[in-house]
Design a protein around this ligand. Structure first.
Ligand code: ASP
Length: 431
């Protein structure tokens, strides 16, 4: 059996077993035991194997990417292209979400007793989010991107700090005499290759890890809630689907010159990893491997665009934030004018840039947006019970958006020819 078929099988089997266990024996001790002692640990080992490669991967790929681009002015141009694409695609995505939520008004029909019941159940969790102290967003968010100590930033998984240091380090390598820089570039090259090998090995565990992660989540999921919040969930999912199937496909076609069907068939490994881990950071290693080996994007572009994208380009998250803010405004009877909705759109895009690529990374910032436009932030309690399923889906779109950015930048820079990507079956061992 091909490796990628195995991973998809792990995903499907994990979901079927988890949903069945949840339906037949919702609170049974043995289901919990299997989740805690078998499925959970296997999933966590897989997740940790990927996460352990993230810091060295980000450092080597960005430093080598910048050094490989060479000319510092060219780095600036690639950087600006990348950021403009991130912002425009994210705004487009958020606009789709806002359009849908205005059209269907899912919050207007939520019964008051359901609202109260959800608020009571998830209030403590919502307060926990707020108390975590990460709900602040302001000028210091940008100042903090410059780390005081790069080692500390790495140890604390502060990806923006690590990215900043790596960008500056790569730029510095191009500014010192070439014969001085060359030995280090060769070392970084070898480190990068070894890390990719580790990812290759970790992906051998992927079918089991994915099974474990999905079983763990679905076996504990409150499906009853899904019914109560059905319209809201359906709108987020429909928005993500429209953005993926229509906007991202069009962007790939128009700016990348690549047939969308080919693009989607090639990036399957990224889709499955993002869906099962709910984390852009954890998917970054797979995403880089997919971009380079499946799409043939040169490492200096993939290594530059994708790490930035994993924390700064979150199409799905912005859409989700926009829909959720308007949904909760409708639930609480707060009417938001068109002007305020534009503010919601802008804030969704900015906070999506600032959100961490970890499960639920956007929730604290979502509370900031709610508070800014006058919707009670603790109202987030209402949607917490279904957040995981939405997180899996929005993370998938986040990661696919990053890949479309890499496709666009590589083509615009004349570094990549879409005709080299054929429809032939995926070659990537890890996929
Ligand atoms: N889980 C998302 C990601 O990693 C972030 C979020 O929207 O919570 O991309």
């Amino acid at each position: 059996m091909k490796p990628h078929t195995k991973i998809v099988l792990g995903l499907v089997l994990g979901a079927v077993c988890g949903v069945t266990a949840n339906a037949l024996a919702p609170d049974a001790a043995w289901v919990r035991w299997i989740g805690d002692n078998v499925a959970g640990p296997v999933g966590q080992v897989f997740l940790r194997l990927l996460l352990m490669t993230v810091i060295p991967l980000v450092f080597t790929s960005i430093a080598l990417g910048v050094a490989g681009i060479g000319d510092i002015r060219k780095v600036g141009r690639v950087g600006i292209r990348t950021l403009v694409y991130f912002l425009l695609s994210t705004a487009l995505s958020a606009a789709i979400g806002l359009g849908l939520v205005n059209l269907f008004q899912p919050g207007a029909g939520l019964p008051a007793d359901v609202r109260e019941q959800l608020m009571t159940t998830y209030r403590a969790q919502a307060q926990g989010l707020q108390a975590a102290g990460t709900t602040h967003f302001g000028i210091d968010t940008f100042v903090n991107m410059v780390p005081r100590n790069p080692i500390q930033a790495a140890a604390g998984m502060d990806l923006l700090g690590v990215i900043f240091f790596s960008l500056v380090f790569g730029a510095a390598l191009t500014l010192i005499p070439e014969e001085r820089a060359r030995p280090l570039v060769r070392v970084l090259d070898a480190v990068g290759e070894a890390i990719v090998k580790i990812i290759d090995l970790a992906m051998k565990l992927a079918p089991y890890g994915v099974f474990g992660l999905i079983f763990f989540t679905t076996s504990r999921f409150g499906w009853g809630l899904l019914r109560q919040l059905g319209l809201y969930v359906a709108i987020v999912l429909a928005g993500l689907l429209v953005h993926g199937a229509v906007s991202l496909s069009l962007l790939v076609r128009v700016f990348g010159g690549l047939r969308p069907a080919v693009f989607w068939s090639r990036i399957r490994a990224s889709v499955v990893t993002a869906f099962s881990t709910s984390s852009s950071n954890a998917t970054l290693p797979t995403n880089i491997a997919v971009a380079e080996e499946e799409l043939g994007i040169p490492p200096k572009i993939a290594g530059f665009v994708l790490p930035l994208g994993s924390t700064m380009c979150m199409n799905g998250t912005a859409l989700y934030e926009g829909v959720t803010v308007l949904f909760l405004a409708q639930v609480f009877g707060v009417s938001l004018s068109l002007g305020t909705q534009v503010v919601v759109l802008v804030l969704s895009v900015i906070t999506a840039v600032g959100a961490a690529g970890v499960p639920g990374g956007s929730l604290p910032l979502l509370m900031v947006v709610l508070a800014t436009v006058g919707v009670p932030p603790e109202g987030i309690a209402i949607i917490l019970g279904v957040d995981r399923i939405l997180d899996m889906c929005r993370t998938t779109i986040n990661v696919c958006g990053d890949l479309t950015a890499a496709v666009y930048v590589a083509r615009a820079e004349g570094e990549w020819d879409p005709r080299a990507v054929t429809r032939e079956p995926a070659r990537l061992q890890v996929a």
